[in-house]
Design a protein around this ligand. Structure first.
Ligand code: XMP
Length: 520
């Protein structure tokens, strides 16, 4: 194993906590390079002068399970400042002669800690009452402090919530400063890296871009990579990153399902093929999708048909490109956290979300997932660094099954065309009124209900159009966006007056839960 660059860095030694990547993210946000390595791989021989501080992460083990073989504890005594978090705090104490045992009271979730002594580590961390709310997640705890360690803060159940050995620059913390639930957690990490490790800022999104390109090159070598491009933010950023890294060895497959937003296929071809000169294979499968969806109204059946057909087409085209070794995917960090259930329980299936995750097993391809340690906002920043337009980067999410799940009931070409227009007018109006970026996701849907209206002197009997616009952090929960009456009036008029087939518009004011964001 060799460490990544000769930049000064904070080394994060991973003992398997679900939060380890968050530590890396906080350090990135503070403008400092960090490198994450498994405790099984790093030895004291790897430690060099570029390492200005070490963070020992949390983890699911207990300290007595950690064997000599899987962790080289000589790393602890090389004179480098160390911050142990949760399990990391427990091993730091144990290796220095302290004791760890199972807590009488396990602590999970928010806990109040009380400041006992001053330390540079907690500068501006506590409130005026010398308390703070922090996020705990542990069953074991330090029961006896090693010699020359002092208590900086305690909670009701953890006497040694924050400790230090100032002369050796050893610090231990039972809670998780890296999670946002810990108030001022970032300040805590900032104090450690800047005031104790004295590292200087040396990391930006430009550096991130260079590093990711280098990593992709290293992973795929001279091999061919295929990528399913949807035109959404994540797959667009992956495609452009790979384009920069391996150029013509990348083959992007874009399937026009006929269920995309108005003119979307033209925009994708224009952007990726013409402007960014990406190797793009455009597959027009509109007719096939309509045919397979004929007379289908069950939401889950629609999703399955679309997912399977997508894979079928993708495989067919991928096979034509000989000797492909890798499949690139826009997996993000939250996808990884969610797929690793913390409690081991299975969340109940609400909808079968469609992505290309099922492909590699069948096709025996290795995965390239360059965004898997990034969050959405970091991906957006990276996209801008990669010269993708603001328009692509700030697009609202769009589901894989597309307009099919915004059209309850059976799907016809006529209905698709009506819906594309309604959605287009709605989104254009949001952009024109500077509302688009205040809304997390917005769309029009076409309900399988006809109602009576009057236009001129004539009776009409046409479809109902539903508008949905929500605010959200991550799509898991959502609330409806509050429009002014004048906006709703204007867009309702525009849609009814411009589109034959719709004579009534309603606005959806349900939150998620109890509703979902999409209709099906
Ligand atoms: P729901 O309807 O489950 O949607 O509240 C939450 C978010 O997920 C998007 N969504 C999908 N995205 N494939 C996707 O890639 C899908 O099958 C799918 N279904 C829903 C939805 O647009 C919203 O942003």
């Amino acid at each position: 194993m060799s460490l990544d660059t000769n930049l000064d860095k904070i080394l994060i030694i991973d003992f398997g906590s679900q939060f380890t990547q968050l530590i890396a993210r906080r350090i990135r946000e503070l403008g400092v390079f960090s490198e994450l390595v498994s405790h099984k791989k790093i030895t004291s021989n790897h430690i060099n002068n570029n390492i200005k501080g070490i963070i020992l992460s949390g983890g699911p083990l207990n300290v007595y399970q950690l064997s000599q073989k899987t962790f080289d504890k000589r790393i602890i005594n090389l004179g480098i400042p160390i911050l142990g978090i949760c399990f990391g705090h427990q091993i730091l104490s144990k290796f220095n002669g302290g004791k760890v045992k199972q807590s009488k009271h396990r602590e999970f979730g928010l806990a109040k800690i009380y400041k006992k002594n001053n330390s540079i580590l907690v500068k501006n961390f506590f409130n005026k009452k010398k308390t703070n709310l922090v996020w705990m997640s542990h069953a074991d705890q330090v029961s006896k402090l090693p010699k020359n360690f002092n208590v900086i803060a305690s909670s009701q159940n953890s006497k040694f919530a924050v400790v230090e050995n100032r002369s050796k620059k050893f610090y231990g913390v039972q809670f998780h400063p890296e999670v946002t639930h810990t108030k001022n957690g970032k300040k805590f990490i900032s104090n450690f890296i800047f005031l104790i490790c004295r590292i200087k800022k040396n990391w930006s999104s430009k550096d991130q871009k260079k590093k990711l390109i280098k990593d992709v090159k290293k992973q795929v070598g001279g091999n061919k990579v295929i990528c399913a491009l949807s035109g959404g933010v994540d797959s667009s950023v992956v495609a452009q990153l790979l384009n920069k890294a391996i150029g013509k060895k990348l083959y992007c497959i874009f399937v026009n399902t006929g269920l995309l937003r108005k003119n979307e296929e033209k925009q994708v071809v224009e952007t990726f093929k013409k402007r960014l000169k990406i190797n793009l294979i455009y597959v027009n499968a509109e007719k096939l999708f309509i045919k397979r969806l004929n007379n289908i109204s069950d939401p889950e059946k629609k999703r399955k048909i679309i997912g399977n057909l997508f894979i079928e087409i993708f495989e067919r085209y991928a096979k034509k490109i000989k000797n492909v070794k890798f499949l690139a995917q826009g997996t993000l960090y939250p996808d990884l956290i969610e797929s690793k259930s913390v409690t081991g329980s299975h969340t109940s299936k609400i909808k079968s979300h469609h992505n290309v995750g099922g492909l590699p097993k069948k096709m025996k391809l290795k995965l390239v997932e360059p965004l898997k340690f990034l969050f959405k906002d970091e991906v957006r920043k990276l996209g801008l660094e990669l010269n993708l337009s603001k328009e692509i980067i700030s697009r609202h999410p769009f589901p894989g099954p597309g307009l099919a799940i915004r059209m309850p009931g059976i799907i016809t070409k006529e209905k698709i065309n009506i819906l594309k227009d309604a959605d287009h007018y709605f989104i254009q109006a949001l952009k024109k009124n500077n509302l688009y970026n205040k809304i997390w996701q917005a769309y029009a849907a076409l309900l399988p209900v006809k109602t009576v209206g009057v236009m001129g002197d004539n009776r009409t009997y046409e479809y109902l159009c539903l508008l949905r616009a929500i605010t959200s952090e991550d799509g898991m929960t959502a609330d409806f966006f509050e429009f002014k009456k004048s906006f709703l009036q204007m867009i309702s008029n525009k849609i009814v007056n411009s589109i034959r087939g719709i004579n009534r518009v309603v606005y959806d004011v349900t939150s998620k839960p109890p509703s979902t964001i999409e209709l099906e």
